[in-house]
Design a protein around this ligand. Structure first.
Ligand code: FAD
Length: 324
């Protein structure tokens, strides 16, 4: 990444510097544009005829380049200086709006996210180590579209929409339909991710996040699961009003578990229903054997996570406690 930081003067079309990079895995000469405004960034994406890569924190992109999985093209658009893309706000409508340049360290510092998006807040604390959390952005986590990205399942459970912006305008897409396949999304090359909009945890709801990985830190997830449930008492019965579930590392891309949610919706939460839900989840996912784990292990662990979450919800509803 340090090679991208050499200043080589200024270029046209941007207020910021234009820098050249020479390196074995970069194009013969890579120009880096670092605009300070979203307008300049989308204008560049609209005007350039050659391939361009977007750089935010660089913690995925530069690993890709250094390990030879991809080459830097002749142009890199470094968006890290666009201050307007780094914010966490509560909208008038109650939704939470997050800029794509918000880092995982920013997420951890946000009292709003800790209270209203506790699964995302917890996930952020388990991403990489401190240096990675200081650089890695939530937008980069989404756009990299890794099936094992830790930030995505909590966002799926929070009914997140993403906003993509080009020089033509913006469009808003539910996160569950954003991923097309392994590391692919519906975003067009001329679009930037400019906003992440999620629903706050409802009053009285429970949230859950669990990552299973070989180590506690600096580890890629074998399974990563997040959920939100709202359990209401009806006399002696615990009625599951809503369930929102997201999971990663068990399919070509992170998934919202719609079938399992449907089975659980508006039902009395009993140990038997929980076992039915565990079976449904295990048939809804499509894990594979790879260097990190086996499909059987992932299927077993994913079901166990759901069971633990629902059992905790049942117990908490009996004790009258809400929250995380
Ligand atoms: C040592 C190490 C440990 C890690 N640990 C974890 C972990 O525990 N959990 C985890 O989930 N990830 C982990 N990662 C992966 C990585 O840190 C995250 O995925 C991070 O969130 C990526 O964000 P970034 O800003 O660095 O993205 P970048 O590397 O800058 O970009 C990633 C991709 O997204 C595109 N992009 C970025 N921002 C935008 C935007 N606004 N609009 C359009 N395209 C965009 C880029 O072009 C690129 O293709 C780790 C990485 C390292 C090196």
């Amino acid at each position: 990444m340090h090679r991208l930081r050499q200043d080589r003067g200024r270029g046209p079309g941007c207020r910021a510097g234009r820098r050249g990079v020479r390196g074995t895995r970069a194009a013969a000469r890579t120009e880096v544009f670092s605009p300070h405004s979203l307008e300049a960034a989308v204008q560049l994406l609209a005007e350039v005829k050659e391939p361009v890569r977007i750089l935010a924190g660089g913690t995925d992109l530069m690993v890709e380049v250094e390990t030879g999985r991809s080459e830097l093209p002749g142009l890199v658009l470094d968006i890290s200086r666009i201050r307007d893309l780094r914010f966490v706000d509560e909208g008038d409508e109650g939704a939470i709006h997050i800029g794509p340049l918000v880092t995982f360290a920013d997420v951890r510092r946000s009292a709003l996210l800790r209270e209203k998006a506790p699964a995302l807040w917890q996930a952020a604390g388990l991403v990489g180590g401190e240096q990675i959390r200081n650089a890695a952005t939530l937008g980069g986590n989404i756009m990299n579209a890794s099936p094992a990205a830790d930030g995505i399942p909590p966002l799926l459970a929070a009914e997140t929409h993403v906003v993509l912006t080009s020089s033509e305008g913006s469009r808003r897409i539910p996160l569950f339909s954003f991923f097309k396949g392994y590391r692919t999304t519906v975003a067009k090359p001329e679009e930037l991710l400019t906003e992440i909009v999620l629903q706050p945890l409802a009053e009285g709801a429970h949230a859950y996040f669990r990552k299973v990985a070989p180590r506690r830190a600096q580890a890629i997830s074998k399974v990563v699961f997040a959920g939100r449930i709202h359990v209401a008492r009806d006399g002696a019965a615990a009625v599951l009003k809503t369930a929102r579930l997201g999971i990663g590392a068990v399919a070509p891309h992170a998934l919202r578990l719609f079938e399992t949610e449907r089975l659980l919706g508006a039902q009395v939460l009993t140990p038997r229903l929980i076992e039915d839900a565990v079976r449904t989840l295990r048939s809804e996912i499509a894990p594979i054997d790879d260097v990190r784990s086996t499909a059987d292990y992932r299927r077993a662990v994913a079901g166990n996570m759901l069971r633990a979450f629902l059992m905790a919800g049942l117990t908490r509803s009996e004790s009258g406690k809400a929250g995380f």
